[in-house]
Design a protein around this ligand. Structure first.
Ligand SMILES: Nc1nc2c(ncn2[C@@H]2O[C@H](COP(=O)(O)OP(=O)(O)OP(=O)(O)O)[C@@H](O)[C@H]2O)c(=O)[nH]1
Ligand SMILES: [Mg+2]
Length: 325
């Protein structure tokens, strides 16, 4: 018999969909809880294009959370947007708990005045709340990027306003946690709150199971991250990456990837004067792939134009969500 007050906590496990508008820090949060960089995260909205599983494990108390990172949701304006929203919606259908993520806004400093922070709900959040209406699972709100706000009292109206907007849509929030995904602040608290809403038991036997995607998916994503970081706004939106060759047999992993862009002018931007930018992208991507694989990598990049692929419903699904090759 266990001594009183020291019973072993029961094991809990389940799925948690991470949902929210673009750029609020969903992917950064997943990497933070996993303690490793699994998914790509950049300063550009629209970085994530497909649902990706990342399994969080803890022994004390025994916990397994199968997080699903999903593309940021905004009003779909193009066939590509539509596919991204579909991916996120799918993640919402089969989940034990939903983590709705938003962000504390950047303080705005008026000339000579004090910095002020908007506490109202972002128009995109007001719009996408409707996706949460039909969800059966409990919804927990995380207000991310609290490191931006010095006066933490401002978090109260932010949290209250979000609670109200969701209540107007007929959904009661099951919890609210302010966090900083980048710094890791309150991430453990959020995990405990999510845990309370998971069923008893365990999901996976294998303690090393982290994701269901193959290595080459993440390799393609790391190339796309380097393209996003090195180019201007319009290029990332129209860029997809295919890994065409992936040879792990030697000491060095040999990778051949194609960057697909939708306009000849974008090809010029990606390549740059005398190939300077593609070289920079190649170096950046190789370094992050080496860190991910923990092996030496030889990376060859090609750039190809597929005119208007983001507007072509036939192509978007394959290019946006299955681009690992
Ligand atoms: N200050 C601050 N910035 C953060 C924090 N978390 C994420 N960011 C930044 O916010 C930006 C977007 O992060 P992502 O993780 O890519 O956001 P996302 O919600 O996955 O974006 P999409 O995939 O486009 O939907 C990046 O520049 C991050 O570094 C945080 O806690 N504090
Ligand atoms: Mg993301």
């Amino acid at each position: 018999m266990e001594p009183e007050g020291q019973e072993k906590s029961e094991a809990r496990a389940g799925r948690c969909a991470i949902f929210g508008r673009p750029n609020v820090g969903k992917s950064t949060f997943l990497n933070q809880v996993l303690g490793q960089k699994l998914v790509i995260a950049t300063a550009r909205p629209g970085t994530t294009r497909s649902a990706v599983l990342g399994v969080y494990l803890k022994e004390d108390p025994p916990t397994q959370i199968a997080f699903v990172d999903s593309p940021g949701v905004a009003r779909p304006r193009t066939p590509l947007h539509k596919v991204l929203v579909e991916q996120a919606q799918q993640a919402l259908t089969d989940t034990d708990v939903v983590l709705w993520m938003t962000e504390a806004p950047k303080p705005v400093r008026k000339k000579g005045g004090k910095a002020s922070v908007r506490t109202d709900v972002h128009p995109t959040d007001r719009e996408i709340v409707r996706y949460l209406e039909a969800v059966k699972a409990p919804v927990i709100l995380a207000v991310n990027k609290v490191d931006r706000i010095q006066d933490k009292r401002l978090l109260l109206p932010i949290m209250e306003n979000h609670r109200e907007v969701l209540a107007e849509a007929g959904v009661e929030l099951a919890g609210i946690v302010p966090i900083s995904a980048r710094k890791g602040t309150q991430v453990d608290t959020l995990i405990s709150v999510l845990r309370e809403h998971l069923p008893e038991g365990l999901l996976y036997e294998d303690p090393d199971f982290v994701t269901d995607r193959p290595e080459r998916f993440f390799v393609a994503e790391l190339v796309r991250e380097a393209v996003i970081t090195a180019t201007k706004a319009e290029v990332p939106y129209g860029a997809a990456v295919f890994v065409e060759g992936y040879d792990t047999s030697g000491r060095t992993v040999k990778i051949h990837a194609t960057v697909v862009v939708e306009k000849p002018s974008h090809k010029g931007i990606v390549i740059g004067a005398q190939g300077a930018r593609i070289k920079e992208i190649g170096i950046q991507a190789r370094q992050s792939i080496e860190a991910f694989l923990e092996r030496k990598v030889h990376l060859e990049l090609w750039v190809k134009v597929v005119p208007g692929w983001t507007a072509d419903p036939q192509r978007v699904k394959r290019y946006a969500t299955e681009a690992e090759g």
